[in-house]
Ligand binder design. Structure first.
Ligand code: SAM
Length: 218
Protein backbone atom coordinates (compact mmCIF):
# COMPACT_ATOMS: atom_id res chain seq x y z
CA UNK A 1 0.00 0.00 0.00
CA UNK A 2 1.28 3.49 -0.83
CA UNK A 3 1.73 5.67 2.24
CA UNK A 4 -0.34 8.85 2.52
CA UNK A 5 2.49 11.29 3.28
CA UNK A 6 0.27 14.38 3.49
CA UNK A 7 -1.79 12.70 6.17
CA UNK A 8 1.28 11.49 8.04
CA UNK A 9 2.68 15.03 7.92
CA UNK A 10 -0.53 16.55 9.29
CA UNK A 11 -0.48 13.94 12.09
CA UNK A 12 3.15 14.81 12.88
CA UNK A 13 2.33 18.53 13.18
CA UNK A 14 -0.65 17.86 15.41
CA UNK A 15 0.63 15.09 17.68
CA UNK A 16 4.40 15.58 17.85
CA UNK A 17 4.64 19.36 17.59
CA UNK A 18 1.51 21.36 18.44
CA UNK A 19 0.50 19.09 21.33
CA UNK A 20 3.98 19.40 22.80
CA UNK A 21 3.67 23.15 23.04
CA UNK A 22 4.97 24.69 19.79
CA UNK A 23 2.36 27.36 19.09
CA UNK A 24 3.89 29.67 16.47
CA UNK A 25 1.48 29.43 13.50
CA UNK A 26 4.29 30.23 11.03
CA UNK A 27 6.28 27.25 12.30
CA UNK A 28 3.28 24.88 12.32
CA UNK A 29 2.36 25.89 8.78
CA UNK A 30 5.93 25.52 7.51
CA UNK A 31 6.28 22.06 9.11
CA UNK A 32 3.00 21.09 7.45
CA UNK A 33 4.27 22.15 4.04
CA UNK A 34 7.73 20.61 3.66
CA UNK A 35 7.76 16.93 2.63
CA UNK A 36 10.19 15.34 5.10
CA UNK A 37 10.11 12.12 3.05
CA UNK A 38 12.11 13.97 0.36
CA UNK A 39 15.02 14.52 2.80
CA UNK A 40 15.61 11.00 4.18
CA UNK A 41 17.87 8.30 2.75
CA UNK A 42 16.34 6.21 -0.06
CA UNK A 43 14.33 3.40 1.56
CA UNK A 44 13.59 5.40 4.74
CA UNK A 45 10.60 7.36 3.36
CA UNK A 46 8.04 5.44 5.42
CA UNK A 47 9.89 6.40 8.61
CA UNK A 48 9.98 10.10 7.65
CA UNK A 49 7.15 11.08 10.02
CA UNK A 50 8.33 9.07 13.03
CA UNK A 51 9.03 11.02 16.21
CA UNK A 52 12.83 10.65 15.98
CA UNK A 53 16.01 11.68 14.20
CA UNK A 54 17.00 9.44 11.27
CA UNK A 55 20.40 8.57 9.79
CA UNK A 56 21.65 10.37 6.67
CA UNK A 57 25.00 10.01 4.84
CA UNK A 58 28.40 10.73 6.46
CA UNK A 59 27.21 9.34 9.84
CA UNK A 60 25.02 12.40 10.39
CA UNK A 61 21.29 12.76 11.15
CA UNK A 62 18.18 14.59 10.07
CA UNK A 63 16.86 15.98 13.37
CA UNK A 64 13.63 14.89 15.08
CA UNK A 65 10.72 16.96 13.65
CA UNK A 66 9.81 18.36 17.09
CA UNK A 67 13.31 19.72 17.71
CA UNK A 68 13.37 21.40 14.29
CA UNK A 69 10.08 23.15 15.08
CA UNK A 70 11.13 23.96 18.65
CA UNK A 71 14.41 25.57 17.58
CA UNK A 72 12.81 27.66 14.84
CA UNK A 73 10.14 28.86 17.28
CA UNK A 74 12.79 29.61 19.94
CA UNK A 75 14.74 31.64 17.38
CA UNK A 76 11.59 33.66 16.62
CA UNK A 77 12.13 33.35 12.88
CA UNK A 78 10.01 35.96 11.10
CA UNK A 79 9.04 36.82 7.50
CA UNK A 80 11.66 39.14 6.04
CA UNK A 81 14.45 37.66 8.20
CA UNK A 82 17.92 36.85 6.94
CA UNK A 83 18.68 33.55 8.60
CA UNK A 84 21.83 31.47 8.97
CA UNK A 85 21.84 27.74 9.70
CA UNK A 86 24.97 25.83 10.68
CA UNK A 87 24.74 22.15 9.76
CA UNK A 88 22.72 21.81 6.54
CA UNK A 89 22.64 18.01 6.85
CA UNK A 90 19.74 16.81 4.70
CA UNK A 91 18.52 20.35 3.94
CA UNK A 92 15.20 19.73 5.73
CA UNK A 93 15.46 22.41 8.43
CA UNK A 94 16.74 24.91 5.84
CA UNK A 95 13.66 24.20 3.71
CA UNK A 96 11.36 24.73 6.69
CA UNK A 97 13.16 27.97 7.59
CA UNK A 98 12.97 29.14 3.97
CA UNK A 99 9.17 28.86 4.09
CA UNK A 100 9.19 31.62 6.72
CA UNK A 101 12.34 33.73 6.18
CA UNK A 102 13.26 35.96 3.24
CA UNK A 103 16.67 34.33 2.76
CA UNK A 104 18.39 31.38 4.37
CA UNK A 105 22.16 30.82 4.30
CA UNK A 106 23.29 27.38 5.42
CA UNK A 107 26.75 25.88 5.90
CA UNK A 108 27.69 22.17 5.89
CA UNK A 109 31.17 20.72 6.42
CA UNK A 110 30.51 17.54 4.36
CA UNK A 111 30.51 18.37 0.62
CA UNK A 112 28.39 15.29 -0.26
CA UNK A 113 25.60 16.33 2.13
CA UNK A 114 25.69 19.88 0.77
CA UNK A 115 25.39 18.60 -2.83
CA UNK A 116 22.45 16.33 -2.01
CA UNK A 117 20.68 19.08 -0.07
CA UNK A 118 21.22 21.54 -2.94
CA UNK A 119 19.71 19.09 -5.44
CA UNK A 120 16.70 18.38 -3.21
CA UNK A 121 15.91 22.04 -2.64
CA UNK A 122 16.15 22.69 -6.37
CA UNK A 123 13.76 19.80 -7.10
CA UNK A 124 11.28 21.17 -4.56
CA UNK A 125 11.50 24.68 -6.04
CA UNK A 126 12.95 26.22 -2.85
CA UNK A 127 14.97 29.12 -4.26
CA UNK A 128 15.78 31.28 -1.23
CA UNK A 129 18.44 29.01 0.30
CA UNK A 130 22.16 29.37 -0.35
CA UNK A 131 24.39 26.47 0.68
CA UNK A 132 28.12 26.73 1.32
CA UNK A 133 30.64 24.01 2.23
CA UNK A 134 32.90 24.97 5.12
CA UNK A 135 33.30 25.48 8.83
CA UNK A 136 30.07 27.06 10.02
CA UNK A 137 31.52 28.00 13.41
CA UNK A 138 33.14 30.92 11.56
CA UNK A 139 29.77 32.07 10.22
CA UNK A 140 29.24 33.68 6.80
CA UNK A 141 30.77 37.12 7.12
CA UNK A 142 29.80 38.43 3.64
CA UNK A 143 26.10 37.79 4.34
CA UNK A 144 25.93 39.15 7.92
CA UNK A 145 24.20 40.50 9.97
CA UNK A 146 21.61 37.79 10.60
CA UNK A 147 18.28 38.18 12.37
CA UNK A 148 18.31 34.49 13.23
CA UNK A 149 21.08 31.90 13.57
CA UNK A 150 20.29 28.24 14.24
CA UNK A 151 23.08 25.74 14.91
CA UNK A 152 22.06 22.11 14.47
CA UNK A 153 25.16 20.47 15.99
CA UNK A 154 26.46 20.71 19.56
CA UNK A 155 29.65 22.56 20.51
CA UNK A 156 31.62 23.24 23.72
CA UNK A 157 30.76 26.98 23.66
CA UNK A 158 28.93 29.66 21.68
CA UNK A 159 31.28 30.50 18.76
CA UNK A 160 32.39 34.15 18.94
CA UNK A 161 32.00 34.70 15.19
CA UNK A 162 28.38 33.64 15.32
CA UNK A 163 27.59 36.05 18.18
CA UNK A 164 29.24 38.85 16.28
CA UNK A 165 27.31 38.14 13.08
CA UNK A 166 23.95 38.61 14.84
CA UNK A 167 22.00 41.78 14.05
CA UNK A 168 21.04 43.92 17.06
CA UNK A 169 17.87 42.20 18.26
CA UNK A 170 18.98 38.98 16.53
CA UNK A 171 18.54 35.52 18.10
CA UNK A 172 20.99 32.60 18.07
CA UNK A 173 19.89 29.11 19.14
CA UNK A 174 22.65 26.55 19.70
CA UNK A 175 23.23 23.30 21.64
CA UNK A 176 26.19 23.79 24.02
CA UNK A 177 27.70 21.24 26.39
CA UNK A 178 30.84 19.68 27.82
CA UNK A 179 29.96 16.31 26.30
CA UNK A 180 30.08 15.79 22.53
CA UNK A 181 26.69 14.07 22.65
CA UNK A 182 24.57 15.84 25.32
CA UNK A 183 23.98 19.57 25.45
CA UNK A 184 21.78 22.37 26.76
CA UNK A 185 19.95 24.30 24.11
CA UNK A 186 20.93 27.95 24.57
CA UNK A 187 19.27 31.08 23.19
CA UNK A 188 21.46 34.17 22.83
CA UNK A 189 19.78 37.50 22.07
CA UNK A 190 21.95 40.41 20.95
CA UNK A 191 20.39 43.34 22.80
CA UNK A 192 22.95 45.95 21.79
CA UNK A 193 26.39 46.15 20.16
CA UNK A 194 28.16 44.62 23.15
CA UNK A 195 25.15 43.33 25.10
CA UNK A 196 24.04 39.71 24.87
CA UNK A 197 21.39 37.96 26.95
CA UNK A 198 21.71 34.19 27.27
CA UNK A 199 19.22 31.61 28.53
CA UNK A 200 19.00 27.83 28.71
CA UNK A 201 15.95 26.29 27.08
CA UNK A 202 16.15 22.49 27.26
CA UNK A 203 18.37 19.41 27.43
CA UNK A 204 19.14 18.04 23.96
CA UNK A 205 21.35 15.49 22.17
CA UNK A 206 22.96 16.57 18.89
CA UNK A 207 25.85 15.30 16.78
CA UNK A 208 29.09 17.25 17.45
CA UNK A 209 29.85 20.65 15.96
CA UNK A 210 33.32 20.18 14.43
CA UNK A 211 35.46 23.22 13.64
CA UNK A 212 37.49 26.14 14.93
CA UNK A 213 34.71 27.34 17.23
CA UNK A 214 33.60 23.76 18.01
CA UNK A 215 35.24 20.39 18.73
CA UNK A 216 38.37 19.12 17.01
CA UNK A 217 37.80 16.54 14.27
CA UNK A 218 38.53 12.99 15.60
N1 SAM B 1 19.75 20.60 9.97
C1 SAM B 1 19.95 19.27 9.48
C2 SAM B 1 18.75 18.70 8.77
O1 SAM B 1 17.71 19.34 8.75
O2 SAM B 1 18.90 17.62 8.22
C3 SAM B 1 20.42 18.33 10.55
C4 SAM B 1 21.85 18.47 10.75
S1 SAM B 1 22.77 17.29 11.62
C5 SAM B 1 21.93 17.07 13.14
C6 SAM B 1 24.17 18.32 12.00
C7 SAM B 1 25.02 18.68 10.79
O3 SAM B 1 26.03 19.61 11.20
C8 SAM B 1 25.76 17.51 10.18
O4 SAM B 1 25.41 17.39 8.84
C9 SAM B 1 27.24 17.87 10.35
O5 SAM B 1 28.06 17.44 9.29
C10 SAM B 1 27.15 19.38 10.40
N2 SAM B 1 28.29 20.07 11.03
C11 SAM B 1 28.99 19.76 12.15
N3 SAM B 1 29.93 20.69 12.39
C12 SAM B 1 29.82 21.62 11.41
C13 SAM B 1 30.50 22.84 11.10
N4 SAM B 1 31.51 23.33 11.86
N5 SAM B 1 30.11 23.54 10.01
C14 SAM B 1 29.12 23.09 9.23
N6 SAM B 1 28.43 21.96 9.45
C15 SAM B 1 28.77 21.24 10.53
Amino acid sequence: MIMDYARARAGMVEHQIARRGVRDPLVLEAMGRIPREAFVLPGWEEEAYEDQPLPIADRQTISQPFIVAYMIEAAELRPGDRALEIGTGSGYAAAVMATIAAQVYTIERHPGLADTARRRLLELGVNNVEIRVGDGTLGWSEAQPFDTIIVTAGGPKVPTDLREQLAIGGRLVIPVGESQHRQSLIRVVREDRADYREEELADVAFVPLIGEGGWNAA
